[in-house]
Design a protein around this ligand. Structure first.
Ligand code: ATP
Length: 588
């Protein structure tokens, strides 16, 4: 397939932020795409080469790209840097530079999607000392044969700056329309995606085998499954109302969710956002196979930092010390953990997600042996408010955040947040203490002690219907000097020249970020707002919702994807809940 088809399509997509229009452009593109290339196209659209869990990163530095442009255009580096400074986007700058190309190439080879993809793949795989020269060779070979528009998109993919603003849901909508004629079929694609976490594979299957192939999608060992998530409740009474008269309560431990895939000694670990996290937990890899009594298994557990002397659970932040590339052995000894299993999704070649909670827990206890390092998460069957309160007390005393409440007869709903699992955190019992996980979308430079850092951040919720990030507040309190430094390190590379189309805000900001980071905040109240866009028109026409006196809690939620941030729905529920409390108080 000619790469020009893709670059022209990307060019159109960059010009709009409307989801319907983007879907339409995608449908047109998919209809022109040969079936054996479609998975590649789907990855490229997302600026990737393979699904996230494979961890294939391009990692080409700007400097190297500039050298490659210079080589293939025969134009001095200085001039390219000048153009880059003017336009702020190297991809765009390169297309202007290549228009003025002084060197002519005689044997121009056609650029195909396949060739671009394979070359990018080779670049991503290159390592070692001689890799820079090789990378440059590959890049300039592509640029030599590319038109200016093609070159600009090749560079954007290489540098990780392709921002089409297309979410997974939009891709699935378009696949459903292009290959089945009905958007409704997106639900079937969604299931396939939930069990495989691989949108390219889903695309290839729908294109080559149709819905029949999609319906046969199965869990595959070492391929992560998208996690099931919980709704929140505020009180024991609300939990009973929603769960009925008998259900399971488990400790909600404050650690990192880990999905373990195990066969013999081979172990793979995935985070909540399905990133491969084996390197942070060599102790899990080494020890856990001994606890498994099955040929193969997929398990879910919470890895929690512990005090080895007392066995007490320590807060999530302790685990951050393990998120490092070097000296991991030292971190493993200094920050010991325990692995606390709470679910099984696959066992001895069989899918377990259709089993009820009760059956899954039995399977878990049958096939995993406990010891000092590996435990089942403490669980109790509860029947009334008293039972929940007692178990909550135990759980808090042990150092956990609260309880997870799970319906006994329900299956595991991969990839969705539903009411079969509820979380009851201790702090939810305070009227104002609710924490929210919000997406960082903009920043304001600090003054005084905060000079050189972002002193204030602009935050957003996730709008599930529109697949956008509407602003909800600015936050400038709760930051320690350390956290300001840490946030700057994380956020600085995410600065974008143009506001990402998925950001909905009329606020001014010193810088806009690519919406990629989630942080936790608490606030005193949720109010109607004429400025902020979260839950716009949901409570009152022309008004959104905003947080009053927001404060950063110190938790940078690196394990969360932005689509897992607090949604408009959740904020609306909190807003209504607080109204109800005020109303009840007035009646007292
Ligand atoms: P939170 O912000 O409350 O951690 P979340 O959005 O990450 O929530 P939820 O599904 O809302 O995810 O809450 C469940 C999270 O709590 C899981 O992702 C997991 O990391 C953690 N957890 C701790 N104990 C349990 C348990 N017993 N069962 C399921 N998840 C648990």
């Amino acid at each position: 397939m000619e790469f020009s088809i893709l670059s022209e399509s990307f060019n159109k997509m960059e010009s709009t932020r409307k989801r319907l229009e983007l879907t339409q452009f995608l449908v047109e593109l998919f209809e022109k795409t040969p079936h054996d290339v479609i998975s590649k196209i789907v990855y490229l659209i997302q600026g990737k080469l393979r699904p996230d869990f494979e961890g294939i990163e391009l990692g080409v530095a700007e400097k190297l790209a500039i050298r490659a442009i210079s080589k293939s255009a025969g134009i001095p580096i200085k001039k390219i840097e000048e153009e880059y400074r003017k336009s702020g986007d190297l991809g765009h700058a390169s297309s202007i530079i290549l228009e003025q190309k002084t060197q002519t190439t005689f044997l121009v080879e056609d650029i195909t999607v396949e060739r671009v993809y394979e070359t990018l793949f080779k670049i991503a795989k290159l390592g070692g000392s001689r890799s820079q020269d090789m990378k440059m060779k590959y890049i300039s070979s592509l640029l030599n044969d590319a038109t200016p528009l093609e070159a600009s998109f090749i560079l954007k993919i290489l540098l990780g700056t392709l921002r089409l603003g297309i979410a997974e849901n939009t891709v699935m909508d378009a696949l459903a329309v292009a290959f089945t004629g009905e958007k409704e079929n997106r639900k079937k694609l969604q299931y396939a995606y939930n069990v495989s976490s691989d949108l390219g594979k889903v695309a290839e299957t729908i294109a080559t085998k149709g819905l029949e192939g999609i319906e046969k999608f199965e869990i595959v060992l070492f391929n992560p499954i998208r996690p099931m998530l919980a709704d929140r409740v505020k009180s024991e009474a609300e939990a009973i109302e929603k769960m009925g008269n008998e259900f399971a309560a488990e400790y909600k431990l404050d650690g990192e969710r880990v999905q373990l895939h195990i066969e013999g000694d081979k172990v793979m670990l995935f985070s909540r956002s399905l990133e491969n996290i084996e390197s942070y937990y060599p102790d899990i890899i080494e020890k856990i196979p001994k606890n498994i009594q099955a040929d193969n298994i997929i398990l879910e557990a919470e890895a929690v930092a512990i005090n080895e002397n007392t066995g007490e659970f320590l807060p999530f932040q302790e685990l951050m010390h393990r998120r490092r590339k070097y000296k991991i052995e030292k971190a493993v000894t200094e920050y010991p953990i325990s692995v606390n299993f709470f679910d099984v999704l696959y066992c001895n070649g069989k899918n377990c997600i259709e089993l009820s909670y009760k059956e899954r827990r039995e399977t878990l206890e049958k096939h995993v042996k406990e010891d000092e390092f590996a435990k089942y998460i403490p669980m109790s069957i509860v029947k009334n408010e008293n039972d929940i309160e007692d178990f909550m007390e135990n759980s808090i005393n042990a150092g956990s955040e609260g309880l997870m409440l799970k319906m006994l007869d329900k299956p595991y709903q991969a990839g969705s947040r539903g009411s079969h699992w509820l979380k009851l955190k201790r702090e939810y019992r305070n009227e104002l203490g609710d924490s929210l996980d919000l997406v960082v979308i903009g920043g304001y430079f600090g003054k005084g002690r905060r000079t050189g850092n972002y002193g204030t951040l602009l935050l957003a919720t996730y709008d599930e219907d529109e697949d956008t990030f509407p602003s909800i507040c600015k936050v400038g309190t709760g930051f320690s000097d350390d956290s300001l430094d840490q946030l700057f390190q994380i956020l600085h590379p995410k600065v974008s020249i143009k506001k990402n189309p998925r950001i909905i805000s009329e606020m001014e900001a010193d810088v806009w970020f690519e919406p990629e980071l989630v942080i936790e905040v608490v606030a005193s109240e949720i109010t109607l707002s004429p400025i902020h866009k979260a839950a716009m028109n949901a409570i009152r026409k022309d008004a959104g919702l905003a947080l009053r006196f927001p404060k950063f809690t110190g938790k940078i939620r690196v394990e969360k994807a932005v689509e897992d941030a607090s949604t408009n729905e959740e904020v609306i529920t909190l807003y209504k809940g607080q109204k109800k409390i005020a109303h009840d108080k007035n009646l007292m």
